[in-house]
Design a protein around this ligand. Sequence first.
Ligand code: ZN
Length: 136
Amino acid sequence: MNLTHIEHIGIAVKSIDEARKYYEDVLGLKCYSVEEVADQKVKTAFFKIGQTKIELLESTDPEGPIGKFIEKKGEGMHHIAFAVNGIENALKSLDANGIRLIDQTPRKGAEGLDIAFLHPKSTFGVLTELCEDKNK
Ligand code: ZN
């Protein structure tokens, strides 16, 4: 498998408007994109730090995955995302290694990336996302 870097870290927040004050005014990062991903029932805000991004996730529906996450665990780290070359092959290899896949095949995520999630039960408790930017 060809993982290249940590693409982003996903953080669940109740309100992007509230949380971005901390990231922008206190940490001095710049929000360069706010985007709604309708099929995930989330609004996302992206900050860049080196080649890694922070992805803030705000639920647009209490029944969506982020809404349920916050209900259960509160705000905080939600997932880690690795950039990968060849996401389809990576998923095959993970599957062959007995890793539980949430997405059997890649789907479109924020920023037009191809993404797929791995189940935290087989990744030592960390919800893990693979992403590949096929537009570059
Ligand atoms: Zn993500």
